[in-house]
Design a protein around this ligand. Structure first.
Ligand SMILES: NC(=O)C1=CN([C@@H]2O[C@H](COP(=O)(O)OP(=O)(O)OC[C@H]3O[C@@H](n4cnc5c(N)ncnc54)[C@H](O)[C@@H]3O)[C@@H](O)[C@H]2O)C=CC1
Ligand SMILES: O=C(O)C1=N[C@H](C(=O)O)C[C@H](O)C1
Length: 332
């Protein structure tokens, strides 16, 4: 594999995986009755009170429940006792489509209803937090909508024009947590990289870097997390372009070369970074390998709880990342 050179010790890309039991946590008795509306009128939504830890119950609208992360977050929100508003959006008009998450029937609204439905939800639930797990090409348009309405949101979706995203949120002065990586342990690694880059800029000048990331075949964009790590390596003096990141989306290679367990070919995020000194006598390797999606779902719920508290306390700071969430240290 090109990532490894002849001086590279033969480290195994197979990392033992401990199965996550997050979604096996005690489920709350939350019951949500979706509107029986079968028309495309804005639904009336009945939300029963959640039985959850004190202070943790507020409504969340998950945009992208039709997708894998949206569903994982909806499951995690229900497990936590948050009130999942039984509405989600999609990129296509899908009249009458509903999806089920646990006992919750979620109605899917197409683009032409998005603004009216969301603004009426915000009127009805002023303490609502939106969670976005959609697609890179939806990031900016969705953020513009949330900002127009003024609703706080957690942006987990990667890609899009990130500078524009921040500008949109800054200009609208809306509360948001934005992070391409919600897995708290991975975020801690990113934070450590940031500290190293700040304290020892140029420490790896002259070193060469190889980066490989492997994700499920449906992931279109380069890993946002790998880009963040590369940005720190650049500050550490490494010369490397983002488009050099090697993306692996071929399930056969993932099984045989990367060592992804077969049951996680449809949902994994393996990242490997290899640094070599100019004379190849010194090398460093970093890996973070995630199977499944529960680590992100769990972090996303923490981010939503964090954001809800910031909104309630009318904090002066409006835009946060996952390092802010970690620093606050009030994760469940
Ligand atoms: N921040 C984090 O920790 C993580 C971020 N992600 C990111 O989340 C995003 C979604 O990932 P997955 O759920 O795996 O993808 P997915 O493809 O399974 O789901 C995305 C869903 O969004 C829907 N969608 C597309 N455009 C939309 C729009 N304009 N409005 C509403 N819905 C729309 C699609 O129909 C699809 O159902 C990706 O950008 C991925 O990189 C994924 C995992 C962790
Ligand atoms: O699409 C994914 O799956 C993931 N996307 C995020 C990214 O692009 O960094 C986080 C993680 O890699 C999973």
């Amino acid at each position: 594999m090109a990532l490894l050179n002849s001086h590279t010790p033969l480290f195994s890309l197979r990392t033992p995986i401990r199965r996550c039991t997050f979604l096996g946590r005690t489920r709350s008795c939350l019951r949500i009755r979706a509107s029986a509306a079968r028309s495309c009128a804005i639904p009336s939504v009945a939300i029963a009170p959640a039985t959850s830890q004190a202070g943790l119950s507020f409504p969340v609208l998950i945009n992208g429940c039709t997708g894998k992360m949206g569903r994982a977050v909806a499951d995690a929100a229900i497990s936590t006792g948050l009130q999942v508003v039984p509405i989600t959006f999609s990129s296509k008009e899908k009249p009458h489509k509903t999806i089920h998450v646990g006992s919750v029937e979620i109605q899917v609204y197409g683009p032409s209803y998005k603004e009216n439905v969301l603004s009426s939800m915000y009127d009805e639930y002023p303490d609502i937090v939106v969670i976005d797990y959609t697609a890179p090409d939806a990031v900016n348009v969705n953020a513009e909508l949330y900002c127009k309405i003024g609703v706080p949101f957690v942006m987990g979706t990667t890609g899009g024009d990130r500078e524009l995203l921040y500008k949109t949120v800054r200009d609208a002065n809306v509360y948001a947590v934005i992070s391409p990586q919600m897995g708290k342990q991975v975020v801690a690694f990113l934070a450590a990289m940031e500290i190293m880059a700040k304290q020892f800029p140029g420490a790896f000048s002259g070193y060469s870097l190889g980066v490989m990331e492997s994700h499920q075949v449906g992931k279109k964009d380069i890993s946002g997390t790998a880009k963040a790590v590369v940005s720190y390596f650049q500050k550490l003096g490494v010369s490397y372009d983002m488009d050099q990141i090697k993306m692996i989306r071929d399930p056969k290679k993932q099984l045989e070369m990367v060592g992804v367990p077969e049951e996680y070919i449809g949902g994994h995020a393996f990242h490997m970074y290899h640094l070599s000194s100019p004379d190849d006598t010194v090398s460093f390797e970093f890996q973070h390998n995630v199977c499944g999606r529960s680590i992100y779902a769990e972090g996303t719920i923490d981010a939503a709880i964090f954001l809800s508290k910031k909104v309630q306390s009318k904090d002066d700071k409006k835009i946060y990342d996952m390092v802010d969430v970690l620093r606050e240290g009030n994760m469940r």
